[in-house]
Structures are given as C-alpha cells and as structure tokens.
Design a binder for this molecule. Structure first.
Ligand code: ADP
Ligand code: MG
Length: 400
C-alpha cells in the first residue's frame, strides 16, 4: 500500500466527512540495528525508520469533537476535546480497561490529550478534527506500528494546532500516549526512531540523556540490504520473560552499587563476576557489552562503513542467546542460516522470545539468503518464516 497509503487515508476521510483533508501526515515503523534491552538500563540503541508508514488524513471540525477512524477498524470513535482530560487523567490505561475508549483509538486520542497537557493549552484553544488513519506497517510484527500511528497523529496536531513542538518533543508525546493513555509500559526508542529517522541512516539514541545523532548507514553506496526474517513465533511467556530480565538488571545494578547498568563499563565485569550470582552476572554482562557494541557500531560505521559491522551484529546475537537468554531456536536458526548463506552479519532484533531476526546482506543476495532461511526452517520442522527487506527511511513528515 506504501505508494498510496496517503490516498487511502484521504479516501477514508472523504467517506467519513465528505470533505477534503486539511493535510496528510505520516510516520514510519522502525527496526533496531543493535542495542537490545539497553533502553531501560539507560543505555544506547541504534534503530532506523523503515519505509512502511502510517498516514493520517485530517479534516477540521467546528464542533470541538475529535473523531478517529482507521482502515483497520472502520468504526469511527468520537470524543469531545473538552473530555480528553476526564477520560485520560488518572491511572495508566484506565480509559482502555474501563471500556471508555477502544484500545486502538487510545493511541491517536492519547496523543491529543498528551499534546494539550505538554503544551499547557486548554481544550477551548484548539479545534475539533476528523482523523482518518491508513497504514502499511504490519501490526504486532515488531516493527512498531504503535510509534507510526502516534507519530503521524502527533505531527498532524503539531501543525494544525500550531503547537511548535520539535521531533524529540513529538516523540515524547508518543511515549506519554502509549504509557499513560493506552497503558503499555514501553520506552522511547520507537518514537524517536519514527520521528527523527533519515534515509539510509540510523538514529543513535542515548536513553539516559535522550541525546540523538543521525548515523549514515551507507547501504545504498555499498550495495547492501537489510533482510528481516520474521519467525512468526510469539511466545506466551514473553511478557514474564521481559519483566524477569528487567528485574535481573535492577538487581545487578543495586548489588554493584550503581544507579543503572549504564554506569558500568567492560572493565567492571571482573568485579561483577565476583560479586553476583551466575545468572545475574550474565544478564549484566549482556547489557554492559551490548552498550559497548552500540558505541563500536556507530564508530565503525563512521570510520569504515557498514561491511565492517558484521562481527558486532553476530556478537550481539551470541550475547542475547547465551547471556541474556532471550533467543529461541527459530531465531538462532534464522541467524545461522543467513550467515551460512553469506550474510555480512545477522542478529535477532526486538525484545526476544520470538519475533524477527535481521540480516545485513548484499542486495543481490537477498533472495538467496531468504531462501536459505526458509530451507533451514523447513529442515528443522519450523513454520515457514516471513521474509522481507526494510529500507532505512525518512521519519515523520507532512505529505500533503
Ligand atoms: P507494534 O507496535 O509492534 O506493531 P503494539 O502492540 O505496540 O505492536 O501496537 C499495535 C497496536 O497499535 C494495535 O493493536 C492498535 O491498537 C494500534 N495500531 C497500530 N496501527 C494502527 C492502525 N493503522 N489503525 C488502528 N490502530 C493501530
Ligand atoms: Mg509498539
């Protein structure tokens, strides 16, 4: 749909309100090149925006009502701007769990609520809007359709309500909407990547200071592509596993007397091994070495280009498999098959316990590597993976 997601959103708006949009805004999904589980340890991540985008076509209303509709759920949902605070103030996610707002609508409406709260505007300062959403970001596939819908909506409100927010502030609205309005306890990596992405570049984010730098990937110049191998495995215990890993990290930091694992370097690992139990030590070692690998990847990309980062990607995977223990057989198979078929590097990406691997491959070898992954899955008796390339692309923008 990517060529005409914009047209689809505009058509949906027309069928809803019979009017032309005041504008169309879009924001992309994202994938993470390296830096896994480092975000909540105040460390480093290196995600990039992808070409799959979510579009918001928006029309003005004179009655102070916000009406949202999506091609995913054609049932429009309306809420007066004046009711945003009463609906979303209070315990995280209450508007959704109480049934007051459908979960999907809490993303765009949560953005509107967060925007007024962050800028100090009163409901009476802003106009009502019809917001029609269309997307080609697959939902729940680890490519952050949530950050895409947040970024598209927030960019539209920023312009139409003249909020004057910059990209990082728009990303923060997304985090607030997702954490507070929807009730999903996620970090800010996805939103930063979606708002600040650039073509053929990744976004280096320091999750402690929220400082960002754009890092050229040079994939086009080097004839390289990024292949996603989606295992389509979703483990039931992924939420529990995620919480356990967070707790291990907090325990490790507490026992080592630092505010967060970000405050340790690889030089501290000898002491850590002496002081910690084996499992906690290995969790700590993953975070400490992964932070260093993100820094090394940024430096290597700048000094030598993308062909030189393969070993860092492979080391990241080994660390997640052996130390952090968040990989599964399907992810290991995907990585091994990609490397055996000549990938420059490969690793699982995302939270783990399923989801996708990403492989850096010569553009003219994409089909060969994808086929090798499918063959390896068939030989192991796994369900066939879904394979597709992702192209590092521009972040949130106004399209029309
Ligand atoms: P991910 O971000 O990995 O795709 P999430 O669970 O974080 O998965 O976010 C997916 C949710 O975001 C969906 O269940 C839906 O509520 C909302 N969402 C995303 N894209 C759209 C869309 N185009 N239309 C309506 N809701 C959407
Ligand atoms: Mg998400």
């Amino acid at each position: 749909m990517s060529a005409d997601g914009r047209t689809q959103a505009a058509a949906l708006l027309a069928s809803l309100s019979g009017s032309e949009p005041a504008g169309v805004w879009s924001a992309p999904g994202r994938a993470n090149l390296i830096g896994e589980h480092t975000d909540y340890n105040e460390g480093f991540v290196l995600p990039f925006a992808i070409e799959h985008r979510t579009y918001a076509a928006v029309g003005m209303r004179q009655d102070g009502v916000l009406r949202v509709v999506s091609t995913l759920d054609r049932q429009p949902f309306s809420l007066p701007v004046a009711d945003l605070a009463a609906t979303f103030d209070g315990p995280s996610g209450r508007a959704v769990t109480s049934g007051a707002v459908p979960e999907w609508a809490a993303y765009p409406l949560g953005i509107a609520w967060a925007a007024l709260a962050a800028t100090g505007h009163a409901a009476s300062d802003v106009t009502g809007l019809d917001i029609a959403i269309a997307s080609d970001v697959p939902v729940g596939a680890g490519l952050s359709s949530s950050a895409a819908i947040e970024g598209a909506t927030a960019s539209a409100l920023n312009d139409l309500w003249r909020l004057g927010l910059d990209g990082l502030e728009i990303a923060k609205l997304g985090r607030t909407a997702e954490n507070e309005a929807v009730g999903a306890p996620t970090g800010i990596m996805d939103q930063v990547s979606s708002t600040l992405g650039r073509e053929d570049a990744a976004t280096f984010l320091d999750c402690r200071t929220l400082a960002t730098e754009s890092v050229d990937l040079g994939l086009a110049r080097e004839g390289l592509a990024l292949l996603v191998i989606d295992t389509q495995v979703k483990h039931a215990h992924s939420t529990g596993g995620y919480r356990e890993r967070r707790e291990s990290c907090e325990k490790g930091a507490a026992e080592l007397g630092v505010p967060s694992l970000r405050d340790l370097s690889t030089d501290d690992l000898v002491r850590a091994q002496e002081q910690l139990d084996d499992v906690t030590f290995r969790r700590v070692r993953h975070i400490v070495t992964e932070n260093q690998r993100v820094l090394d990847t940024v430096a290597t990309l700048r000094a030598s280009g993308p062909r030189a980062i393969g070993d860092l990607l492979v080391a990241s995977h080994a660390s997640m498999r052996d130390d952090f223990e968040i990989s599964v057989a399907e992810l290991d198979t995907a990585v091994e098959a990609a490397l055996a078929a000549g990938a420059v590097g490969a690793r699982m990406t995302g939270g783990g316990f399923g989801g996708a691997a990403i492989a850096l491959v010569d553009a003219d070898r994409v089909d060969v590597v994808a086929q090798a992954a499918r063959d390896a899955f068939a030989a192991a008796g796994f369900r066939a993976p879904n394979t597709f390339t992702v192209t590092p692309s521009e972040g949130a923008r106004r399209d029309a």
